[in-house]
Design a binder for this molecule. Sequence first.
Ligand code: SF4
Length: 348
Amino acid sequence: MNHIKQLPDLLLPWYMANARDLPWRKDREPYHVWLSEIMLQQTRVEAVKPYYHRFLEQLPTVESLAQCDDGQLMKLWEGLGYYSRARNLKKAAQIITEQYHGNFPETYEGLLSLPGVGEYTAGAVGSICFGLPEPAVDGNVLRVMARLCADSRCVDDAPVKHDIRDALRLVYQQTENRCGLTQSLMELGATVCVPNGEPKCDLCPCCAICKGHCEKTAMEYPVRKQKKPRKIEEYTMFVLRCGDDIALRKRPEKGLLAGLWELPHTDGHSTIQQALDVAGKWGCKPYEAVSLRKCTHIFTHIEWHMTAVYLLCGSKCGAFTWVSLQALAEDTALPTAFRTALPDFKQP
Ligand code: SF4
């Protein structure tokens, strides 16, 4: 991997000329960089931008995050998914406030000790904000490195990831601009050495040293483990409306979407009559079925195939929490999986 020593010389000028103007690159404030890195996990840049702005408008400092109301936090995160990320952000903010007097720890180990901060995030915040010689190795960087080195090992194997991180760490140790190196590697993976298709080698500053490109094998890398097919789960989602209120309930404290609001639901796909019977047994006195339709939501490892029934009810049975349509729009965080099942409420 000796040739990767040339990465800083090749990548840094290219990055200066080609970097995208992203909101979290306007400064090196650790709170901003950390928040963006957590939001960007499993989420596209364009999807993150409005969340990032809204979050910082309402919670502009790490202290405000540490003290925020859980409901406000979940509403700010609504639609981003992987809600444990938001919970860990708050826990980490509390530790930073209480144990570090509001300042981020400036060592790799200190960053790594924060809830929700793994090797990637510690490397990103550490190198970008504090100039630490720690690479941030995510899927983008693994792909770039596998192609640069024509590395046919499986990058999902932990020892291979560690090898790549160790090799990059040596490069970081020999450069002063560690912030730029992290950002330029990320940028190359996101915009040039792209996943799902041909890398744009004609635009790449590293093509002269890239083994994958020179050997015309770039598309063979990275080697990844075969993904298991997603598990399919089938549900009937109940949109129970009484007056201007909708029935919700809390999910269990453990597992998928733990502790968040959900629509009442049953296993399998129901007919309208079956749904009316179930809602009747719950004590909701359903008197009209407005609609029944199919919808789907895809998680990383699971797909929900849903029948969504919209029933008008005569009673707010006590098993549920009844939330107004206005609160549902403005204050209550309902995960996208359930929002997908909501009808257009302009109908009766
Ligand atoms: Fe990726 Fe092509 Fe650049 Fe190699 S030359 S790092 S394959 S974009």
